[in-house]
Design a protein around this ligand. Structure first.
Ligand code: KIV
Length: 274
């Protein structure tokens, strides 16, 4: 990661900055990125947190779920992202089965991510169940972000992408899980696809920032998958996704024009040659 803490470069976002943003009631803007070019554009646009999400399994690799993504693939993508970033804090999603078997393995894998990518922290899905893992990881100096609500690595157990925490016992568990993550040392927690009122309750109950996706207006920050925001991923469009561009249409239009020009011998022109 490039060093911008000295000189006139942009101020690097750290866990301390993220914590102070909750206290100062400044919203935290987070997006996913999976490659150097996109990461550079997000960083230049003022995004605070860049998540190398295992959503790359779906929107980059074309799988149906995030489950097939490997640790080596996450490390590869994360290295490219980190190279594009001067200011934002880069967090790497720990993929399915890189930490579920036992805490020792999860801890070592998190250490490998930090050593090999230069990222600023890791994200695990789960609450009280992974509190010991979060504790040993943060104790080693690795910032950890939690992830509660709809946790895509458990999609087969849930049986679908319905909102979580709708029933009172699950809602209570999510509040307790957020407290367990905070107590174990997590610096922030993603809340995915839970009712807005529950997200408000969690946000009040913990001192660490909550980052919502499909979790309403009360979270301390928001995250979206970049391919959704840009209108590149068209396979489905949940209502919490706001498309700020229609890049799939733009790309089809541009590439269609290029193909037409080549076929009709309009590209290249004489001037575009040597
Ligand atoms: O993998 C991912 O992109 C995520 C975000 C949706 C929070 O976990």
């Amino acid at each position: 990661m490039k060093n911008s803490s000295a000189g006139s470069g942009p101020k690097r976002i750290t866990t301390r900055v993220i914590a102070s943003m909750k206290q100062d009631k400044k919203k935290i803007a987070c997006l996913t990125a999976y490659d150097y070019l996109t990461a550079r554009l997000l960083d230049q646009s003022g995004v605070d947190l860049i998540l190398v999400g295992d959503s790359l399994g779906m929107v980059f690799q074309g799988h149906e779920t995030t489950l097939p993504v490997t640790l080596d693939e996450m490390i590869y993508h994360s290295k490219t992202v980190v190279r594009g970033v001067d200011r934002a804090m880069v967090i790497v999603d720990m993929p399915f089965m890189s930490y579920q078997a036992n805490d020792e393995e999860g801890f070592r894998n998190a250490g490998r991510v930090m050593k090999e990518t230069g990222a600023g922290g890791v994200k695990f899905e789960g609450g009280a169940r992974i509190a010991d893992l979060v504790r040993i990881t943060t104790r080693a100096g690795i910032p950890v972000m939690g992830h509660l609500g709809l946790t895509p690595q458990s999609i087969h157990q849930f049986g679908g992408y319905q909102p979580r925490g709708v029933l009172s016992d699950e809602a209570k568990r999510i509040v307790d899980d957020a407290k367990a993550l905070e107590e174990a040392g997590a610096f922030a927690v993603v809340l995915e696809k839970i009712p807005s009122r529950l997200a408000a309750k969690v946000t009040k109950a913990v001192g660490i920032p909550t980052i919502g996706i499909g979790a309403g207006v009360h979270c301390d920050g928001q995250v979206l998958v970049i391919s959704d925001l840009l209108g590149l991923y068209e396979d489905f469009h949940p209502r919490f996704v706001r498309r700020y561009a229609q890049l799939a249409e733009t790309i089809r239009g541009s590439v269609g024009s290029y193909v037409k020009d080549v076929k009709e011998e309009k590209f290249p022109s004489i001037e575009e040659g040597y």
